[in-house]
Design a binder for this molecule. Sequence first.
Ligand code: PLP
Length: 374
Amino acid sequence: MIYLDNAATTKVNQDVLEAMLPYFSLQFANPSASHHFGLEAKKAVEKAREYCAELIGADPSEIIFTSGGTESDNTAIFNVPENRHIISSMAEHHAVLNPCKKIEELGRCVTALSPGENGDVSASAIESALEEDTALVSVMTANNEIGTITDIKSIGILCRSRNILLHTDAVQAFGHIPIDVNDMKIDLLSASGHKLGAPKGVGLLYVRKGVRISPYLYGGGQEQGLRSGTLNVPSIVGLGEAARLSRLHMSERSGAETELRDYLISRVLSEISGARLNGSRESRLPGNAHFTIPGVNGAEIMEILSGNEIYISTGSACSSSNSRPSHVLTAIGMSAAEARSSIRVTLNYENTREEIDIFIQKLKEYVEALRDLQ
Ligand code: PLP
């Protein structure tokens, strides 16, 4: 099979899997237990916390382990106090958009900015939307559909100067591009294991020291009382190992992905007439390519390729079950028809040029056959 849907999820890295395995069996203790066996598990959790913190320039005490990006985003958004204002963007993931909708129903005021044509929002657009009572700005570090990287640092400088908290959904960026929470003046950051070679169902919320957040789950008081529940030790160890490996190999991995991505983009744009690249050309996730091919149906391409064991996506995996056109593509000004003629191809450093060649060959066969019929 040829797997080109790495923004949806990644395979668990072999070294990550091996680091996790002992914590299912030999070292299965509850890290909250105060006997020696429990302390060994706790040590592994704290090592993982260090690795995650190092990847983003944070202090380990600022890392709260969660069940993934959705929980981290919800925790950050529901933290907005009653009667206060929040600014976000229409191109955010549903894990931000839907909690924003919910808190609006509960009495907060939400401004969802229209993104620019590349899908990101600028510091000046945010500045114009600020209100006296703005408590939080939530904008993603990189878009999960079209791959555009937001200038978070400029937004962070603005927010810090106005005493407004900045939350960023870094689920697609964490481990893939450099992030420094201090330099970028980030207060809250969401990340998820399964986008960087760790398992599904584990993630983290970075909470800058001094920022007060309310727990989302109440119980035994784990994670400084901010996220109760017995820790998922094997997955946390996996996330830590994936973070350590990402930090160690980021430049070579992203270099390989960028080279392959640019090869893919240039071939698609030159060999498929009418094809357009969506998202920023320069400020783009290393592994993301997203195209509109007028006159074709993205879902049909996906299905046909799937029959050949080539896996891509029509947009974002989380919304591909509904037939509505992608909210990101319509937010950047595409018509519903253009949005439906779009595909997302997301690479990993393990993909090869041969795989890209096979994908392009199949894509061309499909588009040419379709156009012959028209
Ligand atoms: N935010 C973004 C940008 C994502 O791409 C995803 C997953 O696709 C999520 C949040 C949700 O993360 P999780 O699947 O860990 O809940």
